[in-house]
Ligand binder design. Structure first.
Ligand SMILES: [Ca+2]
Ligand SMILES: [Ca+2]
Ligand SMILES: [Ca+2]
Length: 219
């Protein structure tokens, strides 16, 4: 018997359902992209750019556009004016359109080069709630760091419908950078990174194209 829909279309429909339907499925929001700080630097590895000399802006035009030019992924050092495109000593990352029915949440920041003990810690808040960001990953290490969002942060998301992360340099002389930030309305773990919606759409589109190519071959 002939299938009603080709398999790739079925997968596409399932993906769309998974993205749009209720609380059983994780939804993710992403600021920036995982392109290795615009320089192809692997996750959880060593970077090769020279932070002391580079006036570092590794953003592609697409990444600048996608982050409104003001959420400074792929810059180094992110809160040191004169060493990148950002004007001030505070970096702000804002996730919007989050709704108000959160019960849990996770966040990942792909970060480079934090050395809090050596150079001073930054002051970081999530929706104004203080967080401990005294990281000592060391130079020149990149780390994809997992955050299980606390209940007060979840409550603030439900109140505001958004999550704003403020990283204030706080007189720290540490140089650091961010590749991307990823938020999920579900709890993951440090080894699991959810596939962003854009990647799902890409995979679905690719499967669709394969399906079209196959149908042409048999025609
Ligand atoms: Ca990365
Ligand atoms: Ca550093
Ligand atoms: Ca990036």
């Amino acid at each position: 018997m002939k299938q009603l829909l080709p398999r790739p279309l079925l997968i596409l429909f399932f993906s769309a359902f998974a993205l749009s339907s209720g609380p059983a499925f994780a939804v993710t929001w992403m600021i920036g992209d995982n392109d290795g700080y615009g320089a192809g630097i692997p996750d959880n590895a060593n970077h090769f750019f020279d932070g002391s000399n580079a006036n570092y802006d590794g953003r592609s035009s697409a990444e600048i556009a996608a982050t409104d030019g003001a959420q400074y992924t792929d810059t180094y050092s992110t809160t040191h004016p004169g060493f990148g495109p950002q004007p001030g000593t505070v970096a702000t990352f804002t996730f919007t359109g989050l709704g108000n029915s959160w019960t849990e949440g996770s966040m990942w920041f792909d970060m480079a080069d934090f050395q809090a003990t050596t150079f001073g810690a930054v002051n970081t808040t999530y929706n104004g709630i203080a967080q401990n960001w005294s990281f000592n990953d060391g130079f020149p290490t990149t780390t994809v760091r997992f955050f299980d969002l606390s209940q007060d942060v979840i409550d603030s998301i439900n109140l505001l419908g958004s999550l704003t992360i403020v990283v204030d340099r706080n007189n720290s002389v540490d140089f650091y950078g961010f590749d991307y930030a990823l938020l999920s309305n579900r709890i993951g773990d440090e080894t699991f990174i959810p596939i962003p919606a854009a990647t799902w759409l890409f995979i679905s589109g690719l499967l669709g194209l394969i399906g079209i190519a196959r149908r042409k071959n048999v025609a």
